[in-house]
Design a protein around this ligand. Structure first.
Ligand code: HEC
Length: 108
C-alpha cells in the first residue's frame, strides 16, 4: 500500500514536471513584459489552457519549446484559421493569448 502511494507520488511529480508543458511562472512573465506590456501570469495561464483545449482538438498540442517566436508567428494564424473552420472557434483575443503563451514558453 505504502509502495503504491510512493509510486503514484513520483508519477505525479513526473507529470507535473513534464518537459512538454512547463508550468508558467511569474519569471516567464517578467522576461516578456518589455515585448508584451501589461502581460500578467493570469494571461499566460489562460493562454496555456486555451492552447491545450483548442489547439489539441485535431492533434496533440505541440510542445511550445518546439518552435521559436518566428516559427509560432508563422503557424499560429494559419492554425487559428483552421480551427475556426473545422475545429473550435478561436476569437482574435484568444488567438493573441495563445500566441503570447507559445512565444513566452517557446524556444529562445
Ligand atoms: C481543425 C484541426 C486543427 C486544429 C484545431 C489545429 N490544428 Fe495544428 N495542424 C492540423 C493539421 C491537419 C496539421 C498538419 C498539416 C498543416 O500544417 O496544415 C497541423 C499542424 C500543426 C503544426 C505543425 C506540426 C509539425 O510537426 O510541424 C503545429 C505547430 C500546429 N499544427 C499548431 C497548432 C496550434 C497552435 C493550434 C491552435 C491555434 C492548432 N494547431 C490547431 C490541424 C489542426
Amino acid at each position: 500500500m505504502k509502495k503504491t502511494a510512493a509510486v503514484l507520488f513520483v508519477a505525479g511529480l513526473l507529470v507535473a514536471c513534464s518537459p512538454k508543458f512547463m508550468t508558467p511562472m511569474q519569471t516567464d512573465v517578467d522576461r516578456m513584459t518589455a515585448k508584451f506590456p501589461g502581460y500578467t501570469l493570469a494571461d499566460l495561464q489562460k493562454g496555456m489552457s486555451l492552447y491545450q483545449s483548442k489547439c489539441g482538438a485535431c492533434h496533440d498540442p505541440k510542445a511550445p519549446r518546439s518552435r521559436d517566436e518566428a516559427g509560432w508567428r508563422e503557424i499560429v494564424p494559419h492554425m487559428v484559421e483552421k480551427s475556426n473552420k473545422k475545429g473550435k472557434p478561436i476569437s482574435p483575443e484568444e488567438a493573441d493569448l495563445i500566441l503570447r503563451y507559445v512565444i513566452t514558453m517557446g524556444k529562445h
